[in-house]
Design a protein around this ligand. Sequence first.
Ligand SMILES: [Zn+2]
Length: 177
Amino acid sequence: MKSMILFSPEQIKCYMERCLELALEARDDKKMHRPYVGAMLVSGSGEIISAGRKSLAPGLKGFSVHAEHQAIDEGIYDLDQKTVLITTLEPCTSKDYRRQSCSELIVKSGIKQVVFGAYDNSPTCRPHNGEKYLQSQGIKTAYFEGLNERIAKELMDKKYANEFFSKKNIAQRNRQG
Ligand SMILES: [Zn+2]
């Protein structure tokens, strides 16, 4: 992980674990499709400001509210430039008919630092799109790898998990590591 942010990797792991637990609550929504996502806003001094998880949008069939949206909506009046958004998944760049993408919302909200636990490989987003967009807007981003295996197994769809745990990709990660 690139050096950044006020928190140590141990602290980030702790927040990310809480985001992961939060994301898993989506299992209670029977129609919710993966990936499950959890996110939270953490102040510069380490307090949790707000939290959100991907959830079904009431009254809109098949439509979900993203975790980052929920966390930002809830914490919008308490955030400042030191606030860090921690999320299990790279923020999306896909717009839908009702809401702007999470990446755009992050920029508009004034958040300057984002840590995510996995790249988004969904067809509408493509890995690195969110990261590139956020960086182009002057936001620091960091990919926290520490829980990626759990995120792949517990939150992502089968295709992602199969790719993640394929022999080829494990070998590639080992070479990089
Ligand atoms: Zn999103």
